[in-house]
Write a protein that binds this ligand. Structure first.
Ligand SMILES: [Fe+2]
Ligand SMILES: [Fe+2]
Length: 352
């Protein structure tokens, strides 16, 4: 274990002892220790305006806590990624209030859009504050891609009499009047051109709001063109995709691509498995997760330590009042295992 890695773990250990973090710290461990770095991932704050300057207090506090804890991390993350859904109903007042809380973060923040930031005015106010809706950048040898995965059919977008009505429908977890998310052709063409410039051995880290895999359509834990995006990522050796939106821990591997969901700072959603009609419609995840304690207000919120350099993730989830869950790469089996709970290994998926 390098000194650098030990320090990261010590820093996390100190934090984990005192609290449960609604965020992820991700380490990118390079061959040379001085090239290694960490970044933090914070998502889904759902800042909600009640009236005027009054906002839902619990959502404010979840985000304030994540900001405070990122600022305490040792070593300091090189940057923070915000995974979308700053706001609940995409109101400028909600986005402003969320950004004001986030402005206390010391590291630079890279943002992606969530549907709750978008469907009132189709991202106009968000973009005015935060810039492009998709882009890429390089950091110490890793290629980062930020996608807008929450677009949908134009016909659906235009069928509502107001943005407020449209946002209200898309804000429901299981509203049958909603529409599936997609990255879309224009952005996929951009991604293909962007990735064409990148060496196949370069670690790729992709951020999307909705999962770039198909988890559960009824709840929009879903991206319609997930397979097309996966096909663009498939030629690379080390690909990790991080997403928010599902407000729960999910880990999956499809081919060489690892998928990691992060908890929300606002509230946890139940696992679709717990929904009576769901099981027959769910894919088999590489590592299934159970809820820690659904009656605990911070159920399944935790921190994740993820080493993305090898392309093989090692994750640790801290669950309130429950045993820690550890998911790590198993060389013999060629896919990650839950060391304590996964009796029968599940093969890596070829498709969802
Ligand atoms: Fe969300
Ligand atoms: Fe979302």
């Amino acid at each position: 274990m390098s000194t650098n890695r030990r320090n990261v773990l010590q820093g996390l250990g100190a934090l984990a002892a005192g609290s449960v973090l609604p965020l992820s710290l991700v380490k990118v461990a390079a061959a040379k220790a001085e090239d290694s770095f960490t970044f933090a991932f914070v998502s889904d704050s759902h800042i909600q305006q009640i009236k005027g300057a009054k906002f839902v207090r619990n959502w404010d506090r979840g985000l304030e806590r994540a900001v405070a804890e990122v600022n305490l991390m040792n070593p300091r993350p090189d940057f923070v990624v915000y995974g979308g859904d700053i706001a609940q109903l995409a109101l400028p007042a909600e986005i402003d209030h969320g950004l004001e809380i986030l402005s206390a973060l010391r590291p630079k923040v890279h943002y992606i859009l969530g549907e709750h930031d978008y469907y009132l005015d189709l991202g106009e106010y968000w973009s005015k504050q935060l810039g492009p809706q998709y882009y890429s950048f390089d950091h110490k040898g890793t290629h980062f891609v930020m996608l807008n995965s929450i677009l949908t059919h134009e016909k659906w977008v235009n069928k509502w009499s107001s943005g407020t009505e449209r946002m209200g429908v898309m804000a429901g977890l299981d509203d049958p009047r909603g529409s599936p998310f997609m990255v879309g052709e224009e952005q996929r063409n951009w991604l293909a051109a962007d990735l064409a410039k990148v060496d196949k051995a370069t670690p790729i880290v992709v951020f999307s709001h909705s999962p770039l895999q198909k988890i559960f359509k009824n709840w929009n834990f879903w991206t319609d063109d997930a397979e097309e995006v996966q096909a663009l990522l498939a030629p690379f050796d080390k690909v990790n995709v991080f997403y928010g939106h599902v407000h729960q821990i999910q880990y999956n591997q499809i081919g060489k691509i690892s998928f990691h969901a992060a908890m929300a700072t606002a509230w946890p959603w139940p696992y679709p498995e717990s929904y009576a009609q769901a099981p027959s419609q769910l894919p088999v995840l590489t590592v299934p997760m159970n809820r820690g304690d659904p009656f605990h207000e911070r159920d399944a919120t935790g921190w994740q330590f993820i080493d993305v350099q090898t392309g093989n993730a090692t994750l640790t989830y801290l669950l309130p009042d429950n045993d820690m869950r550890r998911v790590g790469w198993d060389d013999k089996r060629g896919h990650p295992m839950d060391f304590a709970y996964q009796d029968a290994p599940i093969a890596a998926q070829k498709h969802y």
